[in-house]
Write a protein that binds this ligand. Structure first.
Ligand code: PHE
Length: 337
């Protein structure tokens, strides 16, 4: 029996000498219920008492040595595993980071935001209107009956005979007036459509910003003051404005409004084509027929409206010479803003 125990001890410690020993397997083999050492202990009943004590002590000492050895190896293996994991997941905080790519605003969005800021600062609210619009709001309510020649310059895309893609943001005027009791003081930016072929200055889709003010006693002086303030905020303090007589069916009187060239200050240059002035918007006093169409009494209320092209302002402001650049979404172009 002694020899058997010595043999078990030798074999066990030999098997446990390798740092990568399969500990659980060896534990079962030597110490498990059906293990080799247990088998020896089971047979101890047959021994004489004094022998039993001696063998018992030896067996216990062998068990303890094997257990200790397993315990020690197990600790070592755990530590080695942790070291390997740490080495594998090692993070070098001195390596330069990967930059986070942030988006940026499109030049049209930048201009629209700036316009909105300026008018919000003057007490206007922003309203939205549908791009798919009734003929009624786009034309008829605005004093442009069917077959009126003014429709020619605003040919658009028809969905049915009475539903179209709006050719201007002016229908928002009618929609707001219909459901608001003055005072009214709104701007409305958005997309508009016309059946124009694409070239450096035309696109079938573009953007406008409409303005509308209705109250008692609003005069053309208010319109001029408002647009002058706007021009100075948008193009610089030294900017002057100029009204040229024009015709829009929904305003009377109507004007096209120019700003003094913000590059040359008015002496003439390439940007203003030697004119000293740059046209930026259409405006006028809201026509009494339009007020009446929208349920507002022209004897009690008056107001002004204006509409400007956002592309046009963006092209001028950023000195872009081809409108198509705004829609191609070439990253090399867009990254410059
Ligand atoms: N809607 C006109 C256009 O598209 C611009 C405009 C708006 C003119 C408001 C007068 C008043 O040309």
């Amino acid at each position: 029996m002694r020899e058997t125990l010595e043999k078990i001890k030798k074999e066990a410690l030999e098997a446990l000498s390798s740092p990568s020993a399969q500990l659980e397997e060896l534990r079962i083999r030597f110490l498990g219920k059906k293990g080799e050492l247990t088998a020896v202990l089971r047979g101890m009943g047959k021994l004489a008492p004094e022998e039993r004590r001696e063998i018992g002590e030896l067996a216990n000492s062998v068990r303890q040595q094997i257990e200790q050895r397993i315990e020690m190896l197990s600790e070592q293996q755990k530590a080695a595993k942790l070291d390997a994991k740490l080495a594998e997941e090692k993070l070098d905080v001195t390596v330069p980071g990967v930059g986070v790519k942030t988006g940026r605003f499109h030049p049209l969005a930048l201009v629209q935001r700036q316009l909105e800021d300026i008018f919000l600062g003057m007490g206007y609210s922003i309203v939205d209107g549908p791009e798919v619009e009734y003929d009624y709001y786009n034309f008829q309510a605005l004093n442009i009956p069917k077959d009126h020649p003014a429709r020619d310059t605003q040919d658009t895309f028809y969905i049915t005979e009475n539903i179209l893609l709006r050719s201007q943001t002016s229908p928002v005027q009618a929609r707001v007036m219909e459901k608001t009791t003055p005072p009214i003081k709104i701007i409305s930016p958005g997309r508009v459509y016309r059946s124009d072929a694409v070239d450096a200055t035309h696109s079938p889709l573009f953007h406008q910003l409409e303005g509308l003010v209705i109250d008692r006693g609003i005069t053309m002086g208010d319109l001029k003051g408002t647009l002058e303030m706007f021009a100075k905020r948008m193009f610089g303090e030294q900017t002057r404005i100029r009204f040229r007589p024009h015709h829009f069916p929904f305003t009377e009187p109507s004007a096209e409004v120019d700003v003094s060239c913000f590059v040359c200050g008015g002496t003439g240059c390439r940007l203003c084509k030697g004119e000293g002035w740059i046209e930026i918007l259409g405006a006028g006093m809201v026509h009494p027929n339009v007020l009446r169409n929208c349920g507002i009494d022209p004897e009690e209320y008056s107001g002004f409206a204006f509409g400007l092209g956002i592309e046009r302002i963006a092209l001028l402001k950023y000195h872009i010479d081809d409108m198509r650049l705004l829609y191609e979404n070439d990253i090399r172009f867009l990254n410059q803003f």
